[in-house]
Design a protein around this ligand. Structure first.
Ligand SMILES: C[S@@+](CC[C@H](N)C(=O)[O-])C[C@H]1O[C@@H](n2cnc3c(N)ncnc32)[C@H](O)[C@@H]1O
Ligand code: SF4
Length: 409
């Protein structure tokens, strides 16, 4: 979740939504994102809305980790009031951060229990938490599994110590791989490893070694992100000062091809440009809910929500967030009703990155012409095109951002 928030219109203090947003609620998949805005240390590349204990020191008890789960449970109860009493079993829950696993396991389970009490979980609900490899052990994982979590996503990033050092990651070598085995032993059905490629100083060989280590650990899902140098981060400063080299786009493209080759050879199939899974059941259903414009409630500081074409976002700072809830107000800070044209563009942006692609009838005449050119250039696949869908080829995936830009015209 990026840390900058858009402007928007004010939200009523009870958080109520316009009636049209609630129409058809329950007909669309519904999930919860729970943000946990704490990290032990900040990685030099990371721009997420997260805080170390030192950064929150001056905010006092209101923003403390100790009371955080209570605040989140307060927002879950508010969500039930805002959404009314309609049947709304939750299909996916995703705890992200920050580092959710910095909190005691019982706090994460308490958040899930509140969702169960207020809404109920769908029978086959996917319940994920992100975790830093250094922040869990077998007893912690067992407690989460017992409490209802069935999927876990570890931030591995790289297997090479010198790459981890540039990223400011503090892992014992081999710890992320060991986490996969511990999560499996605890009974987690689905395990993901996050990797980053294109770090300054990383070679093709380093990247191959990271992929081999991740694959060797046996997760059923791998996310591979190209390193984004976010403005204002420590990494951006070091590159600006010439302490680290900037990595160019061709290197990123080469690394993507290496990832596709290694992951495909090991039986992983891409289903979104940055995501591979061993089979359909291993896909992250929570992310699919975002990518297909379903409904979700994002709880926690800076979290975004979307219900029935209304999008809103919470106060960004943990202290402002906690104060709003303590005063009986919604922590939502702004919202917008998405115009139909914005929703069309957003669908193209998100669905084009999926293996199934997006329907051609979403495209305006200029976008359709661009799609025909992309087909001729080998960026879109012929068979889905003939069946009415714009779906990226491997070459198209390398140039996904440019293809999308042309198609939204
Ligand atoms: C919230 S973090 C994951 C959980 C946990 N805090 C961790 O780092 O292990 C989500 C993922 O986003 C990715 N990420 C964060 N900042 C990034 C950046 N600037 N460029 C590329 N990927 C990034 C990392 O792969 C990270 O694992
Ligand atoms: S641990 Fe994860 S969320 Fe925290 S600073 Fe590092 S990448 Fe960002």
């Amino acid at each position: 979740m990026p840390s900058a928030l858009p402007d928007g219109e004010p939200v009523p203090s009870d958080g109520s939504l316009p009636a049209h947003a609630l129409t058809g609620l329950g007909d669309r998949p519904f999930g919860f994102y729970l943000h946990v805005p704490y990290c032990a240390t900040r990685c030099g590349y990371c721009d997420f809305n997260t805080y170390t204990a030192t950064e929150l020191h001056s905010s006092g008890a209101v923003a403390s980790q100790e009371t955080y789960a209570q605040n989140l449970v307060g927002e879950i109860r508010l969500a039930r009031k805002v959404l009314g009493s309609a049947e709304l079993p939750v299909r996916t829950v995703f705890l992200g951060g920050g580092t959710p696993t910095l909190l005691p396991a019982r706090d994460l389970v308490a958040m899930l229990t509140a969702i169960r009490e207020e809404f109920g979980l769908a029978e086959d609900a996917e319940v994920t938490t992100e975790a830093n490899p250094e922040s869990v052990d077998p007893a912690y994982l067992a407690e989460l599994r017992e409490g209802g979590f069935n999927r876990i996503s570890f931030g591995m990033q790289s297997a090479r110590p010198h790459v981890l050092k540039v990223l400011d990651r503090h892992h014992t070598p081999g710890r992320p791989e060991a986490c996969v085995a511990e999560a499996r032993a605890a009974g987690f059905e689905h395990v993901n490893l996050d990797l980053i490629y294109g770090t300054p100083g990383e070679s093709d060989e380093d990247w191959r070694a990271s992929l081999a280590a991740a694959i060797g650990a046996g997760p059923d899902h791998v996310s591979a992100y190209s390193l984004i140098v976010e403005e204002g981060t420590r990494l951006a400063g070091r590159i600006k000062r010439g302490e680290l080299p900037m990595v160019d786009d061709d290197v990123h493209a080469d690394r993507y091809l290496i990832a596709e080759q290694a992951l495909a050879a090991a039986g992983y199939h891409w289903y979104e440009v940055s995501n591979w899974a061993t089979d359909e059941a291993a896909r992250c259903r929570h992310n699919e809910l975002y990518w297909t414009g379903a409904d979700w409630w994002g709880a926690g500081p800076g979290a975004h929500s979307h219900v029935g074409g209304v999008r809103w976002w919470n106060a960004k700072h943990p202290a402002a967030y906690a104060r709003a809830l303590a005063e009986g107000r919604t922590p939502a800070q702004g919202r917008e009703v998405l115009p139909a044209e914005d929703r069309r563009v957003e669908r193209i942006l998100l669905e084009l990155r999926l293996v199934e692609g997006c329907p051609l009838d979403l495209l305006a005449p200029a976008g359709l012409k661009a799609a025909e050119r992309a087909l001729a250039d080998g960026l879109l696949a012929a068979e889905p095109f003939a069946a009415g869908r714009a779906a990226l080829t491997l070459r198209g995936r390398l140039l996904a951002d440019a293809v999308v830009r042309d198609l939204v015209d």
